[in-house]
Design a protein around this ligand. Structure first.
Ligand code: IPE
Ligand code: IPE
Ligand code: MG
Length: 246
């Protein structure tokens, strides 16, 4: 089994996923796009379970980007309804699996009902100590960097910080992912080779894994395959191979 090939002593702490290909999957199955999104919830369930089995600490799922607001109104509305439905249905399952949910993104841009359900799920799973599931909703990397910058400028104007204090750790503390290690592995499904404004700052040294599998077909076994691939790579962080091996 593929899980047996995963080396348990070097599991990435943080895996991030760009869940792409729902629309194409639906089209292949002769159905409308929302059918693909609905099927994608099944993949989320499987991947959350797989991440828990491996002891991954953080799993970030890109579920809705800032740019996705520009999709047809009917699709955006259907996605909102699906989000509420999935959260309500899954929260017991998350509690049972000891998963703690967190959201990153411009949550204020969501309809009040969606915000309330997200808040409930975050509160209901708040004391869990297992996998940290981070949903990126109305998220974009540029939004994140900008909101961090705004917070810092506000603090500077209020005289709480000086320019000299501004360094990388300090900046990182103001990102929406504050307290979360950068993802060692970033997976994108559906055969697209781009980052689509995801974790721009945080993925500076991530290993990328691209798979042609469409998100609704992706299962935990595919996550294990990605991790096996990741474990064969040499992460050099600017150094030479010789330096890394010594
Ligand atoms: C990803 O699937 C889900 C969201 C972006 C919300 P898509 O809806 O982008 O599916 P494709 O890329 O059109 O196949
Ligand atoms: C990226 O997928 C966003 C999410 C998976 C939520 P898109 O399908 O929106 O990306 P582009 O627009 O094709 O790059
Ligand atoms: Mg897409």
């Amino acid at each position: 089994m593929i899980i047996d090939q995963v080396k348990k002593n070097c599991i990435p702490r943080h895996v991030a996923v760009i869940m792409d290909g729902n629309g194409r999957w639906a089209e292949l199955h002769g159905n409308d796009r929302i059918f693909g999104h609905r099927q994608g919830v099944e993949s989320v369930r499987s991947v959350v379970e797989g991440a828990g089995e491996l002891g991954i600490e953080y799993l970030t799922l890109y579920a809705f980007s800032t740019e996705n607001w520009c999709r047809p109104k009917e699709e955006v509305n259907a996605l909102m309804a699906l989000l509420v439905d999935a959260i309500v249905k899954e929260v017991d399952n998350l509690r049972e699996k000891n998963v703690k949910m967190r959201v990153i993104g411009d949550i204020d841009s969501f309809p009040p009902e969606v915000q309330a359900k997200l808040k409930d799920a975050i509160e209901n799973t708040g004391s869990n100590t297992g996998l940290n599931l981070i949903l990126a909703l109305s998220y974009s990397g540029r939004w994140d960097i900008l909101q961090a910058t705004k917070k810092l400028v506000r603090e500077a104007i209020a005289g709480k910080i000086t320019i000299e204090q501004l360094n990388e750790p300090f900046f990182i503390d103001h990102l929406s992912t504050s307290g979360v290690p950068d993802p060692e592995l970033l997976i994108r499904t559906s055969g697209e080779y781009r980052i689509s404004n995801f974790l721009l700052w945080q993925s500076a040294y991530s290993e990328f894994y691209f798979t042609p599998i469409l998100w609704p077909d992706f299962r935990k076994e595919n996550l294990f395959e990605a991790i096996v691939d990741f474990q064969c790579r040499e992460r050099r962080f600017g150094k030479t191979s010789e330096q890394i091996r010594s």
